[in-house]
Design a protein around this ligand. Structure first.
Ligand code: NI
Length: 267
């Protein structure tokens, strides 16, 4: 499977959960912008059956290579990012895993059971990235318990394996020179920005600035009934050239930390 097909497949699933991402994408297109995707993000647990290694398999086959690793201490996450070795406009891929063994024994036992439910063929083929929730119908009670410890874990429990977000490359836009003007456009169109740690994460001297809209709240079927919970979100990234004049291509753990909160509950 070439990388374009991987992203097309992930995008169609993603916009089914976040119709506002498609609306924002179309908004830019109507302004004659040719929107490029800076990166996508995939969430998982730190377990050999569903590790970064497993979830990066299909990307590696499609020509991707590992380019960086990150630790998010507060969120207890370990992450790697991948880039295509020759296709210049191919999006980066950011995959993070939750160090769930550092949480309660409740979470550890639940995740161990969830991971056992993942079909072996998806692990072998690497198609786990398209599998969505393979853990079975979630319990709302467990969802709420997980959420108290980690919103990230609760999100994964409800949504499973898929793109958690796509990201507009602000560098690819011609009529927006900074993130502030993109944020203004979003707010003027009624979108709620993630304001945790400020609307813009990162400074120009960090070489990466990011903002995001809060995840759409959608109805999800649980064992106890249907509940409205946060789904996926759309992100916006602006990259700056480093001292060699080359656009910085990595991620910044200290400023990206708060971006994870885009899937938190809000009212
Ligand atoms: Ni991101």
């Amino acid at each position: 499977m070439d990388y374009l097909r991987i992203f097309d497949t992930l995008w169609s699933d993603y916009i089914s959960l976040v119709p506002s991402a498609l609306k924002i994408f179309s908004l830019f297109e109507r302004m004659n912008e040719d929107v490029e995707n800076d990166h996508i993000a995939i969430r998982t647990f730190q377990h050999p059956r569903v590790s970064i290694e497993v979830l990066s398999k299909l990307f590696i086959k499609a020509g991707y290579v590992e380019r960086g690793e990150y630790n998010f201490e507060e969120k207890k996450l370990y992450a790697k990012h991948f880039e295509h070795k020759s296709a210049k406009n191919a999006p980066r891929v950011f995959i993070s895993e939750l160090r769930y063994n550092e949480f309660s024994s409740f979470m550890q036992q639940l995740v161990d059971l969830m991971v056992l439910n993942v079909p072996q063929n998806l692990i072998n083929s690497g198609e786990l990235i398209f599998a969505r929730n393979v853990f079975g119908v979630p319990s709302y009670e467990f969802y709420e318990l997980l959420r108290k410890e980690s919103e990230y874990a609760a999100w994964l429990y409800a949504y499973g394996f898929r793109a958690n977000h796509f990201t507009v490359s602000v560098n690819s836009l011609t009529s927006f020179k900074n993130l502030e003007s993109v944020n203004e456009l979003l707010k003027n169109n009624g979108y709620i920005l993630n304001n945790s740690g400020g609307e813009i994460k990162g400074k120009p001297e960090d070489l990466l600035q990011q903002s995001s809209i809060m995840a759409e709240i959608i109805p999800v079927k649980f064992k106890e009934g249907v509940y409205r919970i946060p789904s996926c979100y759309y992100e916006f990234a602006l990259r700056y050239p480093d001292t060699n004049g080359k656009l910085y291509s990595g991620f910044i753990a200290k400023s990206a930390d708060k971006i994870f909160e885009s899937t938190n509950f809000y009212s």
